[in-house]
Design a protein around this ligand. Structure first.
Ligand SMILES: CC(C)(COP(=O)(O)OP(=O)(O)OC[C@H]1O[C@@H](n2cnc3c(N)ncnc32)[C@H](O)[C@@H]1OP(=O)(O)O)[C@@H](O)C(=O)NCCC(=O)NCCSC(=O)c1ccccc1N
Length: 764
């Protein structure tokens, strides 16, 4: 086969080697515009796993690469005058020039032609070749030439970065340095890649970059300014640019590239030309060399060029998407890093280490158990004020809000049971709520409990507007207080435009077959075409609703609830005021966010005035309407939370959506946690995270990284009332209190768990 590799970066060179090794009769040329020693980038990073793949593919070049590698295990984070160091991270770096030279030497050894200083203008210049591999990097000309076929999706990221080098040693750890300037924060990713040299990537937001005047500086001025900013870390050494190469001498914005199609005729994309991964997860080189191996394999296993391209694309796209998803998390973390810089250095470091969401709490334990234990102790000290002798998982630390101390951070999320008659909590509710409290949750939240009969979502919803209902709830609260360490919250709400609908297991959100009651809402906007149109509320209606909330709050206090949560989310009455999608009012309760929040805040203040001072109030909000700029966006949620905080709300329960039938939510593990994180760290208010949180590791990671203060689990608690107890068994946390009646079951559960996971009873 006659093969042309257009571009002599790692992808092109390694593909040429891989092809020649599989069949020495291939005639291969690598065409490259630069001279052999002309390159950008200082050092690149490969993992041990990728090195293993290289070894299997070509032992000889792998050994040469291994010999030239700098290894380091620690990550050091310089922040607010402290250095936090953790181990077990296992990186290896090599000079990009060294890597290219090793690969070039190997090409020559195998009889591959290297044609340097040759500019490629288009794939047609290689018409006589059987296979043309476009590995011409991030700005690929060949990709542009066939852009209508490859359909590249190129996203320019917000931050500015420059890739520099230094002779200062960073050989003991991969080092992150965060420095505050009068124009915002600037930070460094530094790592050694040969005995004399380290990569020194400087990054900041565009606003900081402009504020510091980098947009007006030439190369030498830029370097001098960076040297001054980071002088105390450079030990008198200078910074160096790779002046001959644009990508080593100028500030860049990272471009995330993904092509819809990777081949066209006999032309195929590879490496950065096909897909890129942000440098902050150190996986660009992995993608390039592993793609090179995969394409070489398929070209020798498949009957036709097209079949090989198809398998290559299908196989590599999955890997690319996985890495790009982790890379996106990491990129966004650095774009939003100013949100986290107020955190304590320990928590900030934890947040940094888990930024891609690929590294979880237990994974960090495998990397550096001692560091994680220290971090867990720090967390517990924040919660209790005392340094513990032994650490416990963050999810089992208490949280105090006003005069109420929750024994742990596990919350049973409010979930409608649709099982009440006339709003009365009955035996079903008694068994359901008390079981979850016995099962280890720190806080059990009731389903949305309605402030009046016409405030109900369905005829099966519970209420708190009669003496009988108050007595029914008091029975549940009393049992929980007498028999369990759990606290119990009542969630009070009014269904507004989503009222008078069928039970959850009938047709959700559809009106009743008969016996519908009239609806009220901020404006006469129906939930859907199939729902009743509500009447727009008058001020009299507002007075009644406020007074009903107050009366229910008084009853809740008398019934002994520990926490009161107001339901301001999911399209119900208060949420319908907050979102512009359903609030079309032209008076002082509609229009700006301040106006839309006016009635919800009035209700909050009225409730707070009758709710005991020593008991906290939580408010659940929808942090996104999932409809783009027409509805509530996460940045609006920060403002909403700031208003709630200002009003005295103790914790914001951050959910999302269910406010419009047009919503397009993006589901996934912990998919709403980024909203809780943003609200917590921008509005600086305690938050609860909710939404597809289901593993103990999720809770510990969320809490420890400061993304939320409590974690709500809904469906896991339907599947397993004893979720909290089982989580403690799984984590080996033996101090978890069990009901005394169940102690022999507890002992057996821990014994079986110690023998191995397959022996465990119950599931988590
Ligand atoms: C990703 C990788 C391997 C991709 O290799 P590719 O071979 O696909 O692309 P490349 O750009 O290296 O080489 C392609 C070369 O093709 C050539 N070329 C382009 N157009 C023409 C043309 N018209 N005519 C002739 N030649 C052409 C050209 O030389 C180009 O290279 P370029 O000009 O340098 O882009 C490469 O770009 C690279 O080495 N990147 C460095 C990525 C990296 O390792 N970053 C991670 C550092 S670790 C890190 O920062 C980190 C790690 C952990 C935690 C935090 C962190 N911050």
């Amino acid at each position: 086969m006659k093969v042309a590799c257009l571009g002599g970066g790692p992808a092109g060179l390694y593909f040429a080697i891989s092809m020649k090794l599989r069949d020495p009769s291939h005639e291969i040329v690598v065409v490259e515009r630069n001279r052999p020693y002309d390159t950008f980038g200082w050092g690149v990073v490969l993992s041990d796993e990728t090195l293993g793949h290289l070894e299997k593919n070509d032992r000889r070049s792998a050994e040469m690469i291994r010999d030239a590698f700098a290894y380091w295990d620690d990550i050091a984070v310089h922040h607010r005058g402290q250095v936090v160091r953790s181990g077990g991270h296992g990186f290896c770096g090599i000079g990009r020039r060294k890597l290219l030279n090793v690969l070039q030497d190997r090409c020559v050894e195998l009889g591959i032609e290297l044609r340097f200083e040759t500019e490629i203008n288009g794939a047609e210049e290689f018409a006589g070749y059987d296979l043309v591999v476009a590995c011409d990097g991030i700005n690929s000309r060949i990709r542009s030439q066939y852009a209508d076929v490859f359909k590249p999706d190129i996203e320019q990221r917000a931050n500015k970065y420059i890739w520099l080098g230094t002779h200062q040693k960073f050989d003991d750890a991969f080092t992150f340095i965060f420095e505050e300037t009068e124009h915002g924060w600037v930070w460094v990713h530094a790592y050694q890649f040969d005995p004399e040299t380290a990569t020194f990537i400087v990054e900041c937001s565009e606003a900081t970059w402009r504020g510091l005047g980098f947009d007006q500086m030439d190369g030498p001025q830029t370097i001098a300014a960076c040297e001054k900013l980071f002088a105390k870390y450079l030990g008198g050494h200078s910074l160096m640019s790779n002046a001959r190469h644009l990508r080593g001498s100028a500030w860049l914005n990272f471009q995330r590239v993904l092509c819809e199609k990777w081949s066209h005729g006999n032309v195929v994309l590879m490496g950065d030309a096909a897909a890129t991964a942000h440098f902050s997860i150190g996986s660009g080189s992995k993608l390039a060399v592993e793609s090179a191996i995969a394409l070489a394999d398929y070209l020798h296993s498949e009957p036709t060029l097209q079949a090989a391209f198809d398998r290559y694309e299908a196989d590599r796209r999955v890997e690319v998407l996985k890495l790009q998803s982790a890379a996106r998390n990491s990129t966004e973390w650095f774009e939003d890093v100013e949100r986290y810089l107020h955190l304590d250095p320990v928590q900030f470091t934890y947040s940094l280490l888990t930024r891609s969401q690929r590294v979880s709490h237990e994974n960090l334990r495998l990397r550096d158990a001692a560091w994680l234990e220290g971090a867990e102790k720090w967390f517990e000290q924040q919660a209790t004020g005392t340094v513990p002798a032994t650490a416990r998982p963050p999810m089992f630390t208490p949280l105090t809000l006003r005069g109420v101390t929750l024994p742990n951070r596990i919350v049973v999320s409010p979930m409608a049971q649709y099982s009440a008659t006339d709003g009365l909590p009955g035996d079903w509710h008694f068994v359901h709520y008390t079981s979850r409290a016995l099962g280890g949750a720190g806080l059990v939240t009731t389903e949305m409990t309605c402030i009046s009969a016409d405030a109900r979502i369905t005829p099966g919803c519970t209420g708190l507007y009669s003496d009988a209902q108050e007595a029914g709830w008091a029975r549940i609260v009393d049992f929980i207080h007498a028999e369990t360490p759990a606290k119990i919250a009542i969630q009070l709400g009014h269904a507004g435009p989503k009222g008078s609908t069928q039970l959850g297991w009938e047709t959700m959100d559809a009106p009743l077959a008969e016996g519908n009651w009239g609806l009220i809402a901020p404006s006469a906007v129906a939930w859907s075409d199939g729902n009743q149109t509500p009447r727009a509320m008058t001020r009299n209606d507002m007075d009644r609703v406020r007074d009903d909330f107050v009366a229910a709050a008084r009853r809740a206090a008398r019934a002994g609830f520990d926490v009161l949560e107001l339901h301001y989310a999911h399209g119900y009455l208060m949420s319908a005021f907050i979102t512009p999608l359903t609030n079309r009012r032209e008076d002082e309760y509609g229009g700006s966010l301040e106006n839309r929040m006016r009635f919800p805040l009035e209700v909050y203040h009225a409730v707070r005035a009758v709710w005991p001072d020593d008991r906290p109030v939580s408010v659940r909000i929808s942090a996104s309407d999932w409809v783009g700029d027409d509805g509530i966006r996460p940045e609006d949620a920060v403002q909403i939370a700031a208003m709630l905080k200002e009003a005295g709300v103790d914790i914001v329960d951050v959910s999302a959506g269910q406010t419009s039938t047009k919503a397009r939510p993006v589901y996934g593990r912990m998919f709403q946690t980024p909203f809780a994180d943003r609200v917590r760290n921008e509005a600086r208010v305690a938050t609860m995270a909710v939404g597809n949180i289901f593993e103990p590791d999720h809770l510990n990671s969320i809490l420890m990284a400061g993304r939320a203060d409590l974690c709500c689990l809904a469906r896991p608690h339907l599947a397993d009332p004893y979720w909290g107890l089982h989580a403690a068994v799984k984590l080996g946390y033996e101090a978890m209190p069990w009901p005394k009646q169940y102690r022999s079951g507890r002992d057996q559960a821990y014994r079986l768990a110690a023998r191995g996971p397959e022996q465990m009873t119950g599931k988590v």
